[in-house]
Write a protein that binds this ligand. Structure first.
Ligand code: HMG
Ligand code: MG
Length: 312
């Protein structure tokens, strides 16, 4: 077991990974208000948009408007705004919106790569090369995702070495951080640690992030397992919204509220106010007409209602 980190950085992906896959669409104004509420709660990194083909993911078509509306507040609070980019067309749009960072996304599974971005893993890497060069020339940092790190919806098991190979390639190409995505949310703590061990052989642990979907209810357990390997960056989706449109049956990410509660409970700082975060989650759940998936947010709300009754 490595030493536990004293502080973790939360990457809030709800406005992108969350809203890209909700059946109810929300307006750019609602997305912007969500991001502002997250910033008010202390979130300092938001993946706010996705410049992918609107034919593939229509929910993300208004990224430029969302970024325009939140830019001043993000600048004033030194909040990083990032966007997902699959190719040069996406990069041009992201640069026109003055994002601070972009994220490119590859997969450890050939079938998922084909379904998600219509090309093989190697073709995707070749496609990212000019994107990364141009982003660096524009002084925009690049984060890299690897999907299907703990299983693929089409191929099943994925070898940890296959994950490490793609992660190392992206890292060597210039991604400063590699977010390891359990796209289908089927991972367990033991598998998480085996996959991380394979990656840590090639990439410093402080350049790795955990991105766990919660389909099988293991996301918080997997965050805990990754903390024990020294990982100190976690992607979360407020209220646990979302999933990947090209990963059938997968639910949203680890709810950010649950990650914050877990970390703070272990004495690990997040810099985020849990009550403010849960209020941002309640805002977007209401807008989407759905219940929160965060157990922590539900417990907080139940506690608030009990206290209210006692006051009456
Ligand atoms: P394609 O059809 O092979 O590409 O799609 P194309 O170059 O032939 O373009 C097709 C059309 O899309 C053309 O328009 C292009 O101009 C347009 P048309 O001529 O037909 O009118 N187009 C674009 N429009 C706007 N922005 C762009 C863009 N690129 C092309 N950037 C492509 C290839 C990669 C574009 C497509 O497959 C795509 O957009 N895929 C995105 C899928 C996606 O967003 N999935 C969810 C995100 S990944 C994820 O959630 C996993 C993650 O969370 C980690 C984890 O959990 O594992 C990150
Ligand atoms: Mg995801």
């Amino acid at each position: 077991m490595n030493e536990l980190p004293k502080r973790v950085r939360i990457v809030e992906v709800g406005p992108r990974d969350g809203l890209q896959n909700e059946p109810s669409h929300v307006s750019a104004d609602v997305k912007a208000e969500l991001i502002e509420r997250l910033i008010d709660a202390g979130v300092r990194y938001v993946e706010a948009a996705s410049f992918v083909s609107p034919k593939w993911v229509p929910q993300m078509a208004d990224g430029a408007q969302v970024l325009e509306r939140v830019r001043d507040k993000a600048r004033a609070t030194r909040t990083t705004l990032a966007a997902l980019v699959p190719n040069m067309k996406g990069l041009d749009a992201a640069l026109a919106s003055h994002v601070d960072e972009i994220a490119v996304f590859a997969a450890a599974s050939e079938s998922f790569s084909q379904k998600n971005i219509n090309c093989s893993i190697d073709e995707s890497i070749a496609r990212f090369e000019p994107v990364i060069v141009a982003a660096r020339e524009a002084n925009v940092r690049i984060r890299g995702y690897v999907s299907c790190v703990l299983g693929c919806p089409f191929e099943g098991e994925i070898a940890p070495q296959a994950v490490a190979r793609v992660a190392k390639t992206l890292f060597d190409m210039g991604c400063y951080e590699i977010s390891l995505g359990d796209t289908i949310g089927a991972g367990t703590p033991r598998k998480t640690q085996a996959m991380l061990d394979a990656c840590i052989e090639h990439i410093p642990v402080d350049a790795l992030a955990g991105h766990f979907h919660d389909t099988w209810g293991m996301a918080a357990a997997n965050v805990h397992a990754a903390l024990q390997r020294g990982v100190a960056v976690f992607d979360g989706s407020v209220s646990g919204i979302g999933g990947c449109p090209y990963s059938p049956g997968a639910t949203g990410n680890a709810a950010t509220e649950d990650i914050v509660y877990l970390c703070e409970g272990m004495g690990i700082e997040t810099g985020i106010d849990l009550n403010g975060l849960a209020q941002a989650g309640a805002f977007i759940s209401t807008a989407l007409k759905r219940e929160t998936s965060s157990r922590v947010a539900r417990a907080l709300e139940a506690k608030r209602q009990r206290q209210e009754k006692q006051c009456i």
